[in-house]
Design a protein around this ligand. Structure first.
Ligand code: SF4
Ligand code: SF4
Length: 391
């Protein structure tokens, strides 16, 4: 994540980045939105041409151009296979910053950016969602997607410090994340438990902020910079910062002042053999979905496999080959709900074919997106650390 920069310099950086593209088209078949729509404008190459045109003034900042930049999942699949090493995801963030400055970014994005900018706003949302369940309104509005959200935590139920039971071998921070803290406290509590079990004292600084992913991806470099500053003040770079959600880790790791570690890889290397052992329950068929941020940005897939191996879990179906992105992609699942459902459908089909009863995934966005209709398809979704802590 870079500091806010003037538009002129931003446009120059974008054009330099885009110029590296030799238009070979090797990335096209790896792009989930190109596979869905089969149009150049919905491909990485098409988006590079649009972004470069906008930055140089050759293309007008109009809705019909901007929409193709907005529909990018920022999954990084194109970047991973690009022989010219185009820094695609950096370029798309720069392009979105230009769009944001011109006040042309989507209203949904702006709303979520506003919402995640302050924890107080999220606390009000948590209270409203709690009321929605408590008053029975949820039962009356079962057709609404909001009715399928998991129960929210009424308060931020984490303590500031969790000492390891035996003499500690070290101290770590836990990053809580804004959405995960609302909807998935069981993963955070499970992470604390496993880290303690592996001999680490866990500190949860209350002054930490959102990772800034929503702000970055909607082009609001100013708000992204504020989150970055707050996190720099909350965490010392000398202490490992453990992150459970791969989307947050992918953004945080861009800051050289933070010592970011993906929880799966960290636990795999901290495990002494045996202390994380968790054989699957009989009759449980497990599917593993590795989020695109974990595969392409963190390059941490091996860490997940190592953790599952350390826990004695070798029998699972890898669902990741079904799609390069499940369609969650931050706010994409709200902004492009129909396409997000189409991308997810491939996973649901495989889950049904294989009769999978439990899906393990490592990003809060993927977890919520997959959970949305999981009840109908009769499977559960959770983070591997939750599964290991429960077993
Ligand atoms: S982004 Fe890379 S792979 Fe895609 S067209 Fe450009 S040079 Fe080729
Ligand atoms: S980041 Fe993903 S969705 Fe966006 S252009 Fe690249 S492959 Fe396509």
């Amino acid at each position: 994540m870079s500091d806010p920069i003037p538009t002129g310099r931003q446009a120059k950086l974008l054009i330099d980045n885009a110029d590296a593209c030799v238009a070979c088209g090797l990335c096209l078949d790896h792009c989930p939105t190109y596979r869905l729509h089969q149009t150049e404008a919905e491909s990485p190459r098409g988006r590079i041409a649009i972004a470069s045109g906008l930055a140089s003034g050759r293309i007008a900042l109009r809705k019909n151009n901007v929409v193709h930049l907005d529909s990018c999942l920022v999954c990084g699949s194109c970047e991973k296979v690009c022989p010219a090493h185009v820094h695609y995801t950096e370029m798309i963030d720069q392009a979105r910053a230009l769009v944001f400055e011109a006040s042309k970014s989507s209203r949904t994005d702006r709303f979520f950016n506003w919402l995640t900018a302050k924890k107080k706003r999220l606390a009000i949302l948590a209270w409203l969602l709690w009321l929605y369940r408590k008053t029975g309104l949820r039962r009356l509005t079962g057709w609404l997607p909001v009715s399928r959200l998991p129960a929210v935590a009424r308060d931020y139920g984490l303590k500031p410090y969790y000492p390891a039971p035996a003499p500690a071998r070290g101290r770590v921070y836990l990053f809580t994340g804004c959405v995960a803290e609302l909807f998935d406290q069981q993963t955070l509590h499970s992470a604390v438990r496993l880290l303690n079990e592996c001999g680490y004292d866990v500190e949860v600084p209350s002054r930490q902020s959102c990772c800034g992913a929503v702000a970055t991806h909607c082009g609001d470099t100013g708000t992204a910079g504020v989150h970055q500053q707050r996190n720099r003040q909350a965490f010392s770079h000398r202490i490992p910062l453990i992150v459970t959600s791969s989307g947050c880790a992918a953004v945080l790791q861009q800051d050289p002042d933070l010592a970011v570690h993906d929880i799966n890889s960290f636990l795999a290397s901290a495990s002494d053999g045996g202390n994380l052992s968790a054989p699957a329950a009989s009759g449980e068929k497990i599917g593993l979905y590795l989020p695109c941020t974990l595969r392409n940005k963190l390059d941490a897939a091996q860490g997940v496999f190592a953790l599952l191996k350390a826990a004695g879990m070798t029998d699972f179906v890898d669902l990741s080959e079904e799609t390069n992105c499940c369609g969650a992609a931050g706010t994409y699942m709200f902004r492009h709900a129909k396409d997000a459902r189409r991308l997810r459908q491939k996973l649901y089909r495989r889950i049904e074919q294989e009769r999978i009863t439990l899906v393990l995934t490592m990003n809060i966005g993927c977890l919520l997106h997959l959970l949305n209709h999981a009840g109908r398809w009769r499977f559960r979704v959770m983070h591997p650390v939750t599964y290991l802590a429960q077993r």
